[in-house]
Design a protein around this ligand. Sequence first.
Ligand code: MN
Length: 292
Amino acid sequence: MAFRTIESVIAPGNLHFVGDGFRVHGILGREEPLTMKRMSPFLLMDYGPTHYFPPNNGAPRGVGSHPHRGIETVTIAYKGRVEHHDSSGGGGIIAEGDVQWMTSGSGILHKEYHEKNFGKKGGEMQMVQLWVNLPAKDKMTTPKYQNLNKKNITTVQLENNAGSVDIIAGDFEGSKGPASTFTPLSLYNVHLNKGKGTSFSFTASHNTGLLITKGSATINNIEKAPTNHFVLFENDGKEFTIRADEDATILILSGEPIDEPIASYGPFVMNTNAEIKQTIDDFNSGKFGYLD
Ligand code: MN
């Protein structure tokens, strides 16, 4: 069995606010080594570690109206509740344990903010937003949502009371996650009990990494990965192991790289600068709709 080597264990960088509601580490999509290319098809990941927001009776905290084209945004709520609505009248609440898989495709205009009652009462927020690239042939697909509620996410119990694996997308030990994707990828939340471990295997060429969202773990029996750290694997083998040093929750990402040029500008990710210019023209002429 060819093992997958650890390329690096990366500490979280500075925290920054997205709008006034999401206090995040920019994990993927910004700096070496975790550029938009390196973890393709995963372009970008903002991770909001647990943060207490005090009660707020003003306008909901969050991000105001903004567009997307050419990508999918995947929002995972670990703690707290996020609400959204878009220019076509769609909307909803992403509560603890839920995942929203939004395909922006040809274009969507939306807002993302703290759910009203959560915002008023205040509380802890912990969330991830991932941007998944679309292959060139699907960038202009019709926008859609997959609302993956906690109860619809497939859970596999591990042997020896080691814990469980919530499969959001992809397959694990013969079980399949609910998300439909445009390219082959896997996305799991793994819960491991202290002292217990398990192994995972993904096609060697698929870009693979993990984020420790709770607790800490030892990877491949050698490398310690503390809370909020990202482990990037080489593409030199299939299998790796995780052992929890304390009760741990770990987000695992693996996917087939989309080997196409990336042209990105803010919330738009296309293949060429001409397509970005067209996207900006379309946005300015109202083709994404209107939303205050
Ligand atoms: Mn957005």
